[in-house]
Design a protein around this ligand. Structure first.
Ligand SMILES: NC(=O)c1ccc[n+]([C@@H]2O[C@H](COP(=O)([O-])OP(=O)(O)OC[C@H]3O[C@@H](n4cnc5c(N)ncnc54)[C@H](OP(=O)(O)O)[C@@H]3O)[C@@H](O)[C@H]2O)c1
Length: 290
């Protein structure tokens, strides 16, 4: 552990967005002190930082010149991480401090400018979704870590205090790791939005579609958790019911984007899941895909 970091290091959060808010609350819950929530600018940005700062007993700052925190956690959009690091590089004495960011796709090299000034840097990505109005606990959440040894030591200590699980990741694997994570929540959500469009074609509005889909969605996740993807897979594709699949593709002509999603997922099923009458299904899908 770096000097001054025995026990629980004082923390500063840069960016009071979805992750910043969930993180600040999780840290506070397990006894960490948040010194400051750092905003981009005065006005709306500072107001948002002030609201979060008030919740966790921190200061809201735009200019962190007198910052004492040893651990500075960048919770800004991926495209802003390097720029914000450059902006803060000359405002804080980085020697001996730890800088973390939580991008899934980008590596700790986004914080290279702070390394150059004596900080130890790492990327620590939670495989979790954070949206406005929801601040999930970080307990039980897996984090993928890479970076400098000192920063990793501190990050592991903090994450384990929060009850998170830590896993190493190689820099070269970050983009594909993040593509995996994108399937687990954002693309899964796109699938739900697509399903609502198909429901509309059957005269069911999105609100009712959501209400009626929840039980089957929850059971599917429960089956996936209890068994595996193959064990959770039911319906016409696993049964090799070519006629039904063709009927679906025919009626989905009126929602072309949904039909493409259906056909792409059915093709993936042929590769990754147990499917009866695979060859006939493949022929049927190929004829629709052209
Ligand atoms: N959301 C997720 O599900 C999720 C999951 C895993 C990892 N992450 C990672 O978490 C990081 C943040 O994502 P997010 O979803 O929390 O984004 P977000 O909700 O858009 O929040 C980003 C925050 O950064 C602030 N910001 C932008 N530029 C800034 C600057 N120059 N100085 C200080 N603050 C600045 C924004 O302030 P303004 O209000 O002024 O714009 C905003 O409050 C990203 O690296 C992302 O990859 C997110």
């Amino acid at each position: 552990m770096l000097p001054g970091m025995a026990g629980k290091p004082l923390v500063a959060i840069v960016g009071a967005g979805n992750l910043g808010a969930a993180l600040a609350l999780s840290l506070q819950r397990v006894g960490y002190s948040i010194e400051a929530v750092i905003a981009r600018s005065r006005g709306a940005s500072l107001k948002k930082a002030e609201r979060l700062a008030k919740e966790v007993g921190a200061l809201a700052l735009v200019d962190p010149v007198a910052l004492r925190a040893h651990l500075i956690w960048f919770c800004v959009p991926d495209a802003e991480i390097a720029r914000v690091a450059r902006a803060l590089a000359g405002k804080v004495d980085w020697k001996g401090r730890v800088a973390l960011h939580s991008s899934g796709a980008l590596t700790s090299d986004e914080l290279a400018v702070l390394r150059g000034r004596g900080a130890s840097a790492a990327s620590v990505h939670p495989l979790m979704t954070f949206v406005p109005g929801s601040r999930p606990s970080l307990a039980g959440v897996p984090f993928a870590l890479e970076g400098d040894a000192a920063a990793l030591r501190v990050a592991r200590h903090v994450l384990e205090d929060m009850g998170s699980h830590v896993y190493p990741i190689r820099k070269k694997d970050k983009a594909v790791y993040h593509a995996w994570g994108t399937f687990a929540s954002p693309l899964f959500t796109v699938l739900l939005a697509t399903a609502e469009q198909v429901a509309a074609l059957a005269g069911v509005n999105p609100k009712a579609a959501k209400r009626r889909m929840i039980p089957i969605l929850l059971q599917t996740l429960a089956n996936y958790a209890a068994f595996d993807a193959a064990g959770a897979f039911s319906g016409p594709i696993v049964r090799g019911d070519v006629d039904t699949v063709q009927r679906h593709l025919r009626v989905l002509r009126n929602v072309p984007a949904a039909r493409e999603v259906y056909a792409a997922l059915a093709c993936a099923a042929l590769q990754y899941l147990p499917v009866k009458r695979k060859k006939s299904l493949k022929r049927a899908l190929d004829s629709w895909l052209g």
